[in-house]
Design a protein around this ligand. Structure first.
Ligand code: FAD
Length: 398
């Protein structure tokens, strides 16, 4: 048969690699190992909290990829044998490969917050992997009485989707404003600054004054959450601030998906890669893309995972055909919804280059939304963001 490409993780990154390779070279045997039968996108899941999107519209099956002839295995990859070039799965299957792509997304550093755990997340949801956690957080907001306090805790960098917590803040606040106007959203943030901060803070003031209470870490107060008590529904910061909430959304610090770490691809929490093709800097024959990779300046987003996926697919196709790899181009744009039809964006192009003698991805043509932009500009951003959602779903799942 043809060469074998195995991809662990059928999300934004993995789906993209699989679809491009199978479409361009149908003779290649392409397998995705994905633990869940249905993918629920984290991207745009915040819109659900604001009432701007249904939960069902975030869910995507693997039927499109199966129809292309991709072998989608619903199973958990439990180990990588890089010597034998094989992936082992939970049900005991061994999948041999010529090229392996890991796009497993993130896992949580539960032990960074005393009292937090997978079990505690059933009471204080993270909703930072979409699916049942997203529904749980929404149900808790719906069940809360008007006048309740919602707490959101935000980790330090790097983590999945840098602007995501602040978009979520807007969407939760929009829900509170329109359904429970006496309620508040208190944010405890481990960082002093954040992505698209100017435009976000303007929106907090303009739309959600009196609802959002943003606490950024500063010289006096460290608002990193160090302890939670799910029974008392209480959180505690490094400076000793304690607060009880009716709903508590804990966004914990994160690591690369566990399988990438156990495969030996990680240095600390994330996986270093070669900027020219996202090959693992640590394990031969393995690529690491999406959130699991640490690509220095490139943020962890679905847009970047898709962008890595395109480069890796081209690199694998070139390698298997014995031709030269193309010059890689990467790109990111992240849109965040502030209120109805008011969306802001940030992005850049990235090319491999040198910095302090190290090979990194150098940002080029960066752009970011500013305060005080017209409604028309913001509406156009919103339309672009929706078009992007359709495009990435088509790239990764259809
Ligand atoms: P994922 O898309 O998470 O895919 C990983 C897949 O691997 C999962 O389906 C998982 O089940 C599977 N998997 C993991 N381990 C195994 C294993 N051992 N065996 C089998 N399967 C496994 N990005 C944007 O670009 N724009 C946005 O507007 C945006 N908004 C966001 C809002 C929120 C609230 C959040 C949380 C994230 C947002 N993101 C956004 C970020 C985006 O969701 C991620 O960056 C993106 O999904 C990363 O793609 P990935 O392929 O690395 O991981």
């Amino acid at each position: 048969g043809g060469a074998k490409v195995v991809i662990v993780g059928g999300g934004a990154g993995g789906g993209t690699v699989a679809r491009i390779i199978k479409t361009e070279a149908p003779q290649i045997d392409v397998t995705i190992v994905e633990q869940r039968p249905i993918y629920t996108s984290c991207f745009n899941s915040n819109h659900f909290f604001g009432g701007f999107r249904s939960f069902a519209s975030l869910q995507h099956s693997y039927d499109g990829l199966k129809k292309l002839g991709i072998n989608v295995v619903t199973d958990t990859a439990t180990g990588i044998d890089a010597g034998k070039k094989a992936v082992n799965t939970a049900v005991g299957t061994t999948l041999p490969y010529d090229r392996l792509v890991l796009s497993p997304g993130i896992d949580f550093k539960y032990d960074a917050i005393e009292g937090y755990s997978a079990a505690a997340s059933e009471i204080m949801p993270h909703a930072w992997k979409a699916g049942p956690q997203t529904l749980l957080l929404m149900r808790q907001l719906e069940a809360m009485e008007d006048g309740g306090v919602v707490i959101m805790t935000v980790p330090g960098n790097p983590y999945r989707c840098p602007p995501g917590p602040y978009e979520r803040a807007c969407m939760i606040a929009h829900y509170l404003k329109t359904h429970k106007p006496k309620s508040k959203l208190v944010i405890f943030d481990a960082k002093p600054t954040f992505s698209k901060q100017g435009a976000f803070e303007e929106a907090f003031e303009r739309y959600y004054a009196g609802i959002i209470d943003l606490n950024l870490t500063n010289e006096i107060d460290d608002f990193r959450v160090v302890r939670v008590d799910p029974k008392a529904m209480q959180v505690e910061t490094a400076s000793g601030t304690k607060l009880k909430g009716a709903v508590v959304n804990v966004i914990p610090p994160q690591t690369a998906g566990a399988i990438a770490i156990s495969a030996g691809c990680a240095e600390g929490a994330w996986c270093p890669i070669k900027p020219e093709n996202f090959a693992s800097a640590k394990v031969d024959g393995v690529y690491v893309i999406g959130d699991a990779a640490i690509a220095v300046e490139m943020p962890k987003s679905a847009y970047t995972a898709n962008s890595h996926g395109k480069v890796v697919a081209a690199d694998i196709l070139a390698a298997l055909a014995g031709s030269d790899p193309a010059i890689p181009r990467y790109r990111n744009t992240c849109w965040s919804l502030l209120a109805a039809e008011d969306s802001i964006k940030i992005g850049a192009d990235y090319t491999p280059g040198e910095h302090d003698g190290k090979q990194i991805l150098v940002p080029d043509h960066p752009f970011v939304s500013q305060k005080g932009e017209t409604a028309e500009v913001r509406r156009k951003n919103y339309a672009e963001g929706l078009a992007w959602y359709h495009a990435i779903i088509a790239d990764a799942f259809n």
